[in-house]
Design a protein around this ligand. Structure first.
Ligand SMILES: Nc1nc2c(ncn2[C@@H]2O[C@H](COP(=O)(O)OP(=O)(O)OP(=O)(O)O)[C@@H](O)[C@H]2O)c(=O)[nH]1
Ligand SMILES: [Zn+2]
Length: 202
């Protein structure tokens, strides 16, 4: 079934990265609300800086150091603010699409020695179950013509391109590497082909 979306409400949100307009989208498939956080005039523009961020309650809200999500969220808003225009799409696909409960179970498996990919597989899931069709629809709804995608994940670039949203270039988003996330980032680079350079952990 093809999904459709509806922009239900737009409201002004002042942040430490300046002012954004939040667009609240519903969709025809489930009751998850996806958000576009828009700065400046992006309609009919090319090469618009865009971050497609997947929900990470532990990283985004609680500041978990297991992953790079919270820092990436902050960096992306800073980048968009500097550019003066851009969009952050916040997709409600927690835990690479497996949900919060399973992600937390995967964390316990990681503490027993599995990496982030094998922990998902052990729980009967794929390494990454995310979809980007709603992100592409939101960008079309905002009339964005092409995007400078803020990501280290080449798979995201391929998927957006396949969904008909031209990616003019990639903007890297590399965060701090520390003891709590070095193995996680290394797995992302080696097994998920993220464009990251991560030194060996001790
Ligand atoms: N299943 C699972 N999900 C995780 C884990 N760590 C982070 N996530 C989720 O991964 C998603 C973010 O994906 P990442 O792989 O960090 O990065 P990405 O979005 O693919 O790539 P970038 O655009 O470069 O950030 C969020 O939904 C997080 O909740 C983990 O160990 N296991
Ligand atoms: Zn995270």
């Amino acid at each position: 079934m093809k999904v459709s979306i509806e922009d239900k409400v737009q409201t002004r949100i002042p942040t430490k990265h300046g002012e954004f307009i939040l667009h609240y989208y519903t969709n025809s498939i489930d009751d998850k609300e996806h958000i576009a956080f828009v700065k400046g005039d992006v309609a009919n523009k090319h090469d618009v800086p865009v971050r497609i961020h997947s929900e990470c309650f532990t990283g985004d809200v609680l500041g978990s150091r297991r992953c790079d999500c919270g820092e990436q969220l902050d960096m992306a808003l800073g980048l968009i603010n500097q550019a003066g225009t851009g969009v952050l799409i916040y997709l409600r696909q927690e835990g690479r699409g497996i949900g919060l409960l399973k992600k937390l179970q995967a964390y316990n498996l990681q503490d027993q020695g599995l990496d982030t990919v094998d922990a998902n597989i052990h729980l009967g899931h794929l390494a990454d179950e995310r979809q980007y069709d709603i992100a592409a629809l939101i960008l079309s709804d905002l009339k964005v013509r092409s995007i400078a995608l803020i990501t280290n994940n080449p798979q995201k670039i391929d998927e957006l391109t396949e969904l008909g949203m031209p990616v003019s270039r990639r903007i890297p988003i590399e965060t701090h590497i520390h003891l709590d996330n070095v193995d996680y980032l290394k797995t992302k680079a080696e097994r998920m082909h993220h464009l990251l350079s991560v030194p060996d952990s001790q």
